[in-house]
Design a protein around this ligand. Structure first.
Ligand code: PXL
Length: 267
């Protein structure tokens, strides 16, 4: 039987982030990937790889959501970059079109190296209308700080506290992705499941950011949940997938190497 997973996210044309990464990750984990594009990010090689951001028309996003949610047996969705209040409104309404078993929200607030304008207002809307509908949230270090109001996360206890605060805003499960921003030799992620924290830790593979790592981790959690895994098993597999994708990273001639979603299958 085919398992479907659906992603509502932005396109990043180099394939180093966004919906391209999500769909590659779904495919790698044997899940039929379905996708709706919310916005287009074109990095600018003439301007230090700054992000050029163009939101799609709300009606076009609504049409895509209508098409995708008309598929039978779809019960799992990941939400990535939305970027504007209008997009948040149409996606919030679109999510209400059906019942979901898993709504994984990667609360993309800041693009690495990019300035997306009134981030604060969009941040508040995202929290109110999208995060509130999430069953799982996967904030990175900066998103976890912003959404929790904590200044910094330097210990597992502080990551747990951030996850607890974010969980109170809607999602039953919160996975805080420490990445290279968490101090120390290990890449540490903390899952809060409403009762306890589980720590997922692997030695850091270098100390440079790798583009698409956060998207890969959240998409892998989504794919595993779609297949019926429990949250702890889903995160365990996702951690292995993202570690393999970073070890197998692809030099791109851009400021950051790309995570490679082909590495886990052959690991
Ligand atoms: O990694 C965050 C992210 C998500 N989605 C899109 C992006 C980025 C960062 O560049 O471009 C489309």
């Amino acid at each position: 039987m085919v398992t479907y997973a659906y992603v509502i996210a932005g396109s990043e044309a180099t394939g180093g982030a966004g919906i391209q990464v999500d769909l590659k990750t779904f495919h790698q984990l044997g899940v039929f990937g379905m996708g709706t594009i919310t916005c287009v990010v074109s990095v600018d090689p003439k301007n230090d790889w700054a992000h050029r951001f163009v939101p799609l028309d709300a009606g076009l996003i609504a049409d895509q959501i209508e098409a995708a949610t008309s598929i039978r047996s779809l019960d799992t969705v990941k939400v990535g970059m939305l970027g504007t209040a209008a997009t948040i409104d149409v996606v919030a309404a679109g999510l209400k079109r059906q019942a979901w078993k898993n709504v994984v929200v990667d609360p993309v607030l800041i693009c690495k190296g990019g300035d997306l304008g009134p981030a604060r207002e969009v941040d508040d809307q995202l929290r109110e209308k999208i995060l509130s509908q999430a069953t799982v949230a996967t904030p990175n270090y900066f998103e976890a700080c912003t959404l929790s109001g904590l200044d910094r996360l330097e210990t597992v206890e502080e990551m747990t506290e951030a996850a607890r605060i974010i969980s109170a805003q809607g999602p039953r499960y919160v996975l805080v992705k420490g990445g290279v921003d968490f101090p120390g030799p290990d890449a540490v992620d903390v899952l809060w499941d409403g009762e306890a924290a589980t720590v997922y830790s692997e030695p850091k593979v270098g100390h440079e950011r790798v583009s698409g790592a956060g998207c890969t981790l959240a998409a892998a959690v989504t794919a595993e949940l779609a297949k019926g895994a429990g949250i702890h098993d889903a995160v365990r597999v996702a951690k292995d997938v993202v570690t393999a994708s970073i070890k197998g990273r692809v030099p791109a001639g851009t400021p950051f190497d790309w995570a490679w979603q082909g590495a886990y299958a052959s690991a």
